[in-house]
Structure formats: structure tokens, C-alpha cells
Design a protein around this ligand. Structure first.
Ligand code: 3HC
Ligand code: NAI
Length: 697
């Protein structure tokens, strides 16, 4: 046999090896190879038992996801699992690395399972907008029951081999580190014991009853956050109670609903983009070493960045303005670990030990003179940043990387305050910095490739999704955010209630709407930002934030003052609308002479999406983001964009760029300043192309 599956003999044992690097994904060649190997095994009278094993680092980690969305090519994976199960002689799966999704499904098709103790198994398809569709929903319940099946399917978690053994998902754990030899030894033992074919689908299974499934569906719907696959997985699992062929057909029907959905397309786009986003021009450049970093400012962001660095194993020097601020910084840092300590994930002693061994607190910049990278998280004012960078320049060792966590400010201007602009870059973390996955690595005009590479290396150490951004006001994320926040404000002035807008945005899939988000971040931030830009404001550009200024003057700043758009009395994290808001907005409309009009949720989202897409197209067109997928990952990991929609650019492709451009042109008639179509969007529509074409370029 040629191709990715080989058939060899070790005495009377057939050894079927899968060799399809890097993860032995079950692409067409592997599927066909497995079927052919099973045919050969059945026909080979000298073979008494077969062992299926993966070459290289792993047993198959699942179906080949890159085939999704393309015309199907046989044999189908469910038929491969069934073909293995229907072998006339026993088949052993010998698992190492990760046996995930279809990989675990084919091992459940085998009659016996042995795994290396370091192996992990799981059914993570839920993260791809699907669920196990190669007999997994039929066979797993027979091995581990419905309850555990749904738990591992809905969580998508990787189960370590010893736990899988306890569950009954595998039969034996081996510690030799050699899956092939262990599989062969186990097969020999089975032969000696006279073990025969043991088909998973023949195992008995108790029916927990319709009420149990209904309750499981209700629980799944709660967890689903808009995804259909959670409930469909429960529906499919009912097939385990049917005769096997009927059950497999039942699973297939429910599976295909998910497989053919835009949700699956969005989730798969997110899977590949999450990996592709790391492929930046600097990826091949050696980063500078990172052991100790300096953090200037122990406020919200400084304390979060410090926690992220400690969790990555780095030592940190935190510098604040004076001894009182240093003490506050340490308290802020400890607060970031409070819930871990309260929940028992970390002991107080461990936290004290971590801080004692890895932290230095100081009000003297000189304490950072040995640091490999220094990141500033002080107040968002250019003069302050420049002064701070001047001070860093004076003390930092040669070759130290100098970074700013600024949200909006010009990195090139900040770099110019030092004698070494080539060592300066932006590292824009998101709040809370030890939890949020996004990190924008802002590469300035003079930033050296190795300096940018060091930013990406820090991101990897911290397990962040690092996105490369060029320099502009707000970088990728906040620049786009500013546009859709503005359009939301305009709609409020024109007649939509902020509550209807929040509802529409939540229904789209965001965890919260823009006004809830404003309340969470604090409405003073936006106010100060507007004040900072007031001198340069173009009087011909619609302002749109008068009602927000009024709220600021009333002290309605959101959660921090327990009142904003919503009422957070008693420090609640959510609450009913603030009854003062609508009168305040109505007064503002009157002042502006606006006759309020009706908005539907559909129109709200059309405008919201059009504003987001247009600005995102400008961000890509100007080269601020390398590719559309970089915008998508920014939105997903920093701004709560629903993963199952793939990201704003993927979604725009799906809606149709021509449609979105037509919307923008329609809105342009009302306000040509705000709604200038992005040249890239116009170009793509003219050429009949999609954003996706630029990802693959
Ligand atoms: N299909 C196609 N390509 C895959 C793949 C898959 N199932 N799994 C990983 N890859 C690719 C990655 O895109 C990456 O490609 P790149 O080098 O070009 O960027 C490469 O393999 C290595 O992957 P990672 O960088 O993720 O390597 P790690 O070592 O960090 O992680 C892993 C390995 C844990 C296996 C991880 O890749 C993973 O979680 N893969 C997906 C597992 C999964 O979801 N399986 C279920 C598939 S759906 C299915 O089986 C449907 C069935 O039920 C019908
Ligand atoms: P903060 O006000 O909570 O903290 C700033 C800290 O810097 C204060 O503790 C202050 O004492 C200290 N500080 C000020 N000047 C200093 C100096 N010269 N030397 C040493 N310490 C000094 O502010 P926050 O929210 O942490 O923001 C910091 C930076 O991070 C800003 O640039 C902000 O735009 C940015 N940022 C903020 C985000 C957020 O959600 N809060 C998100 C991403 C970036």
C-alpha cells in the first residue's frame, strides 16, 4: 500500500500506521487508506489481530478541518469507523499524543483501546460549530453513558488518559512512551487471552427517558450562546438508543445541519485564523531574551499586565510614582489573584511566595535598569508618556525593549522621546490584562523586526492571541470600535433607545451591547478622550455625544458610580434601565432639533455592521492590519465579537460586500463625512472579490 496509511506485519499482528503530518488528520487519503487496510486485514489469513497507530507526534487529532466546506469525497468518516468496527477479527487502537474528534471516533470503532499515559482524548468538535459526527454520539454513550458523553462533548475538553481509563473510554494505560510497541504487546496479550471482536455498538445502553433528554436539551440551550450544535448534539445522542444503522443515520442528519451551517464556517475560520494570525513578517526573526520585565504604573492595566507576566513565569519590577502608589499597585496586583485564592485554585502562601520571589516594587525607575523589556501603563496623555519614555531611556540597559500600553496614542511620537526609537513598540493589552486573550503588537515606523518579534514572544509566553498592528489612532481594535460606537450614538440621537440597541447587539451574539460596555468601562474614559480631541474637532462633523457629556456632568459614569445607562444600585453587575436616561436623551434631541424616528433591530444592525465593516476595510486597505483575518481575531479576542460569526470581515463576506457597500452608499446621502466608502471595499466589489481572497494572498 502507498499513501498515508501503511499495512505491515509483526508475526500474526497487522500493524496499520497512519502517517499524515503534522497531526495525522483524517483527510481523504487517510480515510481511504484505513478502509483499504481493513479490507487487507480481513483478507489476510495470517493476521489474527490488527493495531492502528499514528506515526509521529500523535494519533489522528480529528477530521481534516481544511476539507470542510469543500465537496465531500468518500469514504465518509462515519463509514470508516463502522468499517473498522465490522472487521471480522479484533482491532486495537493504540493512542498517543491527542486522539480527538474523528480520531477518538475511529478508536471507538476499534474493539480495544490502549493509550500512553501522557495522551489526551476528547471530542472538541463543539468548538468548530459541530459535534462528533462519525459515530461518536452513538458509541461514546455505550462506553461511558449519556451523562459523561454530553459533558465531554459540550465542554470539548481534552481528557487525560488516566481519567479516560477511569471513565471506560479506554481499556489500558501504558507508560512506555512507544505507542506502536505497546499496541503490539497489548494485541499479543489479547490473542493469548483469546479475546475476540468486541463491537462498541453491541454494548447495552439504558434509556434515561424522554424527560432526561428534554432536560439535557434545556441545559444545552442555556450554554449555547447562540450556537445550534449544543442542542443538536443532544438530539443526535438519542440515536444511540436506536438500531445501529438507524442511529448512525440519525446522527448524520443532525450533524449535517451543523456542518452545513454558517456557524460551522465561522468557527472553522476562527480556528485557522487563530493560528494564521501568528504568521507575521517578524515570525522568523529571533526575539531578544525575556526573563525580567519592568511595568510602569500599578493601576488597572499595570497590575493586570504584571499578573499576566508572573503567570508566564517572568520576574517583574513594578514602578509607581511614590510609596503610597506603590502600595496601591501591590494591592491591585493581589486583588487580581483574590478570586483564585477564594476559589482554592491558589493558596495564600503560594501567592505570597510568588510575590516574594518574583516581584520587586519601587518608586525609582533605576530599579528597572536590568529589565529586558519595560512596559509603560501610566495615564493616557502624550505629555506624560513622553516624559516617562525620556526617563526610561535614561535607565534602561542597551537592547532593552521599550513598550507602551497606550490605547490610542501615536507610538512613533512616543518613540521619538527616546534616543532609541528602534527599540520602541506598542503592546496594547486589554482589560483585565491577565484574562483577556488579545494583545495588539503595534509596530512603529522605526521598530526593529527583532523588537516586534520580542513583543510576539511575550504574547506567546502569556498565551495571548497577538495581532500585528500598524500605527494609527486606536490601532486596529479601538479605531473600529470608535466607529460603531459613534453610529450607535447617532442612532440614539435619531430616535433609537440605547436599550433597543443593546438588545439588538446582544441578539447578534455579543455578550453585551455598546451602552452596557460603556457602563462597564466607565463613561468618563470617553468623555476625557473627547475633551482631549476637542481642540481639533471639525465643526462639520456630527458630534453625536451630547447626551454622553450630559451623563458625565450628572456623574452617571456607569458601574463605578452605580448608575449609568442602567441602575447598578448596591454595586450590582447588571440592573434595570436608569429611568433618567430617556428624558435626558429626549431633551438632547429637542436641543438638536431632531424629530425622533422609529428604528427596528434589523436597521440598527445594518448600520452597526456597515460602520464596522467600512472602518475595518480602511484598516486593512491602509495596511494597519496585515490581513482581514487579523481584524477578525482582534474583534473575537478583544471585543466580544461572537466567535461563531467568524469575525467582522468573515461575516461581511457572508452577507455580501456588495450589499454592505450599497448600505453605506445609502447612508452616505445623509452624512457623507461619516459614511465615506472604504476604497478597498469599493475595489473588492468592483472586482467581484471577497475579504477572504486577501487572507489567502
Ligand atoms: N485538520 C486540519 N488541520 C489541522 C487539524 C485538523 N483536524 N488540527 C490541527 N491542524 C493543523 C493546524 O492548523 C496547524 O497548521 P499550521 O501549522 O499550518 O498552522 C497544524 O495542524 C498544527 O496544529 P497546532 O498549531 O494547533 O498544533 P498544537 O500542537 O498546538 O495542537 C492539536 C495540536 C491539539 C491537535 C490542535 O491542533 C487541535 O486542537 N486541533 C483540532 C482538533 C479538533 O478539533 N478535532 C476535531 C476535528 S472535527 C471532526 O473530527 C469531525 C468529526 O466528528 C466528523
Ligand atoms: P490607571 O489610572 O488605573 O493607572 C495608571 C497608573 O499609572 C496609576 O496607578 C498612576 O499612579 C501611575 N502613574 C502615572 N504616572 C506615572 C509615572 N510617571 N510613573 C509611574 N507611575 C505612574 O490607568 P489604566 O486604566 O491602568 O491605564 C493605563 C494605560 O493603559 C493608559 O495608557 C490606558 O489608555 C491604557 N489602557 C487602558 C485600558 C483599560 O481598559 N483601562 C485598556 C488598554 C489600555
Amino acid at each position: 500500500m502507498s499513501g498515508p496509511v501503511s499495512y505491515a506485519k509483526d508475526g500474526d499482528i497487522a500493524v496499520i500506521s497512519i502517517d499524515n503530518p503534522p497531526v495525522n488528520a483524517l483527510g481523504q487519503g487517510v480515510r481511504q487508506g484505513l478502509v483499504d487496510a481493513m479490507d487487507q486485514f480481513d483478507a489476510d489469513d495470517s493476521a489474527k489481530i490488527a493495531v492502528i497507530v499514528g506515526e509521529g507526534r500523535t494519533f489522528p487529532a480529528g477530521a481534516d478541518i481544511s476539507e470542510f466546506g469543500k465537496p465531500p469525497t468518500g469514504p465518509a468518516l462515519p463509514d470508516v469507523a463502522t468499517r473498522i468496527e465490522r472487521a471480522t477479527k479484533p482491532v486495537v487502537a493504540s493512542i498517543h499524543g491527542t486522539s480527538l474528534g474523528g480520531g477518538l471516533e475511529i478508536s471507538m470503532g476499534a474493539h480495544y483501546r490502549i493509550a500512553q499515559n501522557t495522551a489526551k482524548v476528547g471530542l472538541p468538535e463543539i468548538h468548530l460549530g459541530i459535534f462528533p459526527g462519525a459515530g461518536g454520539m452513538i458509541r461514546a454513550p455505550k462506553l461511558i453513558g449519556f451523562e459523561k458523553t454530553l459533558e465531554i462533548v459540550h465542554s470539548g475538553r481534552h481528557v487525560k488518559a488516566p481519567e479516560a481509563l477511569g471513565m471506560g473510554l479506554i481499556d489500558v494505560v501504558d507508560e512506555s512512551g512507544d505507542a506502536k510497541a505497546a499496541g503490539i504487546a497489548y494485541a499479543k496479550k489479547l490473542l493469548e487471552e483469546g479475546a475476540g471482536v468486541r463491537r462498541t455498538t453491541d454494548l447495552p445502553l439504558e434509556n434515561p427517558g424522554k424527560d432526561w433528554f428534554d432536560a439535557a436539551r434545556a441545559a444545552a440551550a442555556k450554554k449555547a450562546r447562540g450556537l445550534m450544535n449544543f442542542v443538536e448534539a443532544v438530539n443526535a445522542a438519542e440515536g444511540a438508543l436506536m438500531p445501529v444503522d438507524e442511529g448512525m443515520k440519525h446522527e448524520r442528519e443532525h450533524y449535517m445541519k451543523c456542518h452545513m451551517s454558517s456557524q460551522r464556517a465561522g468557527m472553522v475560520h476562527a480556528f485557522f485564523s487563530e493560528r494564521a494570525v501568528a504568521k507575521v513578517p517578524e515570525a522568523k526573526v529571533e526575539p531578544r531574551p525575556l526573563k525580567q520585565i519592568g511595568v510602569i504604573g500599578g493601576g488597572t492595566m499595570g497590575a493586570g499586565i504584571t499578573a499576566a507576566a508572573l503567570n508566564a513565569g517572568l520576574s517583574v519590577v513594578m514602578v509607581e510614582m511614590n510609596p503610597e502608589a506603590v502600595a496601591r499597585g501591590e494591592a491591585n496586583l493581589r486583588r487580581n489573584y483574590a478570586s483564585s485564592v477564594a476559589k482554592g485554585r491558589m493558596t495564600q502562601e503560594a501567592l505570597d511566595g510568588l510575590i516574594a520571589s518574583k516581584m520587586t516594587f519601587s518608586d525609582d525607575y533605576a530599579a528597572m535598569s536590568d529589565c529586558d523589556l519595560i512596559i509603560e501603563a501610566v495615564f493616557e496623555k502624550m505629555e506624560v508618556k513622553k516624559e516617562v519614555f525620556g526617563k526610561i531611556d535614561a535607565i534602561a540597559k542597551p537592547g532593552a525593549v521599550l513598550a507602551s500600553n497606550t490605547s490610542y496614542l501615536n507610538i512613533d511620537e512616543i518613540a521619538a522621546a527616546t534616543s532609541r526609537p528602534q527599540d520602541v513598540l506598542g503592546l496594547h493589552f486589554f482589560s483585565p490584562a491577565h484574562i483577556m486573550r488579545l494583545l495588539e503588537v503595534v509596530v512603529g515606523e522605526k521598530t526593529l523586526p527583532e523588537v516586534a518579534a520580542t513583543g510576539f514572544a511575550l504574547g506567546r509566553m502569556m498565551k495571548k492571541v497577538a495581532v500585528r498592528s500598524g500605527v494609527c489612532d486606536g490601532f486596529i481594535g479601538n479605531r473600529i470600535l470608535a466607529k460603531y460606537m459613534t453610529v450607535a450614538n447617532y442612532m440614539v440621537e435619531d430616535g433609537a433607545s440605547p436599550y433597543l440597541i443593546d438588545e439588538a447587539v446582544r441578539e447578534f451574539g455579543y455578550p453585551m451591547g455598546p451602552f452596557q460596555m460603556g457602563d462597564l468601562a466607565g463613561l468618563d474614559i470617553g468623555y476625557f478622550n473627547r475633551q482631549g480631541k476637542a481642540a481639533d474637532r471639525n465643526p462639520n462633523v456630527r458630534y453625536g455625544a451630547g447626551f454622553l457629556d450630559e451623563m458625565y456632568h450628572k456623574g452617571w459614569l456607569g458601574q463605578k458610580t452605580e448608575i449609568g445607562f442602567y441602575d447598578y444600585a448596591g454595586g450590582a453587575r447588571s440592573g434595570p434601565p436608569n429611568p433618567g436616561i430617556m428624558p435626558l436623551i429626549e431633551a438632547e434631541r429637542e436641543k438638536l432639533g431632531v424629530e425622533p424616528r422609529e428604528f427596528t433591530k434589523e436597521e440598527i444592525m445594518r448600520r452597526y455592521i456597515a460602520a464596522m465593516t467600512n472602518e475595518a476595510a480602511k484598516v486593512v486597505g491602509e495596511g494597519i492590519a496585515l490581513r482581514p483575518l487579523d481584524v477578525d481575531m482582534t474583534a473575537l479576542f478583544g471585543y466580544g465579537y461572537p466567535r461563531w460569526r467568524g469575525g467582522p470581515m468573515h461575516y461581511a463576506d457572508e452577507v455580501g460586500l456588495d450589499k454592505i457597500l450599497a448600505d453605506i452608499r445609502e447612508f452616505e446621502k445623509e452624512d457623507s463625512h461619516f459614511w465615506t466608502p472604504a476604497p478597498l471595499l469599493v475595489q473588492l466589489v468592483e472586482e467581484g472579490k471577497k475579504f477572504a481572497d486577501l487572507n489567502n494572498a
